[in-house]
Write a protein that binds this ligand. Structure first.
Ligand code: SF4
Length: 409
């Protein structure tokens, strides 16, 4: 019997462990040395928090770790027992379950657990769950919870809306200064915004290498490679890492090295990763010589609007341009553009049962896009973290049938 095909691993990934390990170590050491810690949502005002000298910790990243390590399904019931519905965000329920049990994959990275927060800062640009999630911890730890409320279903972004969000970000400053015990240095903020912007440019360039045929990168690589863009934007370590990664990917293009050997088909992934099944799905697609070239998810950490000369308004613009808080018209146009840019033959939509915010298959969007592009699509029913909502067998069969459909052209 032949061995299943595997995607070709990237050399730079070997450095990832030390980059992420250093980030987590600095969180722990910083907290021990009295540095204040801010918990931040993934597209919250991280630049502002860094400029104020906070340790910045991202619970969603921890949620993804709980999913990838397959600890989540055992932890979610603990949060359910404390009144959080099994139907809401499984990052939230697995993270709170982890807190209640005192068990975390961070222990394997030499940490005792997530650093205790001094303040929690959210942005509702992605969903309301993040606010409820952070408010739980604010009550547990008796610390302030601050936030930015971004409109949802944004069509064209107008100046009034940008002003509204920018004013909210700026209004956080006095309260954050109180917790930080220091005044905000505007030059420091500009410097951090410039660093975030550079990280974004490099991350975008990394993702765009997948437009080459064959692609040197898959969505499954992207979910691993995005770590520094999520937790270290505004920090020099992210820039150094992506410079290295980009160089390797460019070399792959020159050498004609495919991430999926013998690439025959190219697919776009819309929706959340299924963290506990990344390896299995990657292997199945590679076996079918099909490269999942790009995704909305990995592209969501590209913030091209950031501008050090106009920090607040540019942060507002960048955080509100996020795919997840846009109108269906905007989303459809975006998907059509990226499918064309990455030369995808079809689209996979992941219906993540506990994240309606990141599941775009539920209101006919796949059909509308299919009518415009004439490309096949597949809906995978599952979840980001709760594997009880995912059927391995059904997904395998459906992926196989989808690739056969691609083969029929
Ligand atoms: S966007 Fe979805 S996965 Fe992310 S925090 Fe909100 S509900 Fe959870």
């Amino acid at each position: 019997m032949s061995q299943p095909a595997e995607r070709k691993d990237l050399e730079t990934t070997k450095k990832m462990k030390s980059v992420m390990g250093k980030y987590f170590m600095e969180l722990e050491q910083g907290a021990q040395q009295g540095r204040k810690t801010a918990w931040c949502t993934s597209v919250g005002p991280a630049e502002l928090l860094r400029a104020l000298g906070f340790n910045v910790y991202f619970p969603e990243n921890h949620g993804a770790m709980l999913g990838a390590s397959r600890m989540a399904s055992d932890l979610i019931p603990l949060a359910n027992a404390r009144g959080f519905s099994p139907d809401i965000c499984s990052y939230l329920t697995s993270d709170i379950g982890s807190y209640l049990k005192g068990d975390t994959p961070l222990k394997k990275m030499g940490m005792s657990g997530p650093p205790r927060p001094d303040v929690l800062v959210y942005n509702t640009n992605q969903c309301r769950d993040v606010k409820d999630w952070f408010q739980f911890y604010a009550r547990e730890f008796g610390v302030p919870c601050l936030g930015v409320h971004t409109p949802r279903s944004i069509g064209e972004m107008d100046e009034a809306m940008i002003e509204y969000v920018a004013a909210q970000i700026e209004a956080l400053v006095p309260d954050l200064e109180k917790v930080a015990g220091q005044k905000l240095d505007p030059d420091k903020l500009r410097e951090i915004v410039a660093s975030s912007r550079r990280c974004t440019e490099l991350w975008k360039a990394v993702l765009l290498t997948a437009a080459s045929v064959p692609s040197p990168l898959t969505f499954f690589d992207g979910t691993i490679q995005m770590g520094p863009a999520v937790v270290l934007r505004g920090h020099g370590d992210a820039i150094a890492y992506y410079e290295m990664l980009l160089a390797e990917l460019k070399q792959r293009i020159v050498d004609g090295t495919a991430a999926v050997p013998g690439e025959r088909f190219r697919v776009y992934w819309e929706g959340m990763p299924i963290w506990g099944k990344l390896r299995d799905l990657s292997t199945q697609f590679a076996d079918l010589q099909t490269c999942v070239v790009a995704s909305t998810y990995c592209n969501s950490w590209v913030f091209e609007d950031l501008n050090p000369d106009d920090p607040y308004r540019s942060m507002a613009r960048a955080y509100s341009r996020l795919f997840i808080c846009r109108s269906d018209d905007q989303k459809e146009q975006y998907i059509q553009d990226v499918v064309a840019a990455y030369k995808a033959d079809g689209i996979v939509y992941h219906d993540a049962k506990t994240c309606p915010n990141n599941s775009n298959n539920r209101y006919q969007m796949p059909l509308r896009i299919q009518e415009k592009l004439g490309k096949p699509y597949l809906v995978i029913h599952g979840d980001l973290n709760d594997l009880r909502l995912y059927s391995e067998e059904q997904t395998r069969t459906n992926v196989q049938a989808f690739v056969e459909q691609l083969a029929q052209g």
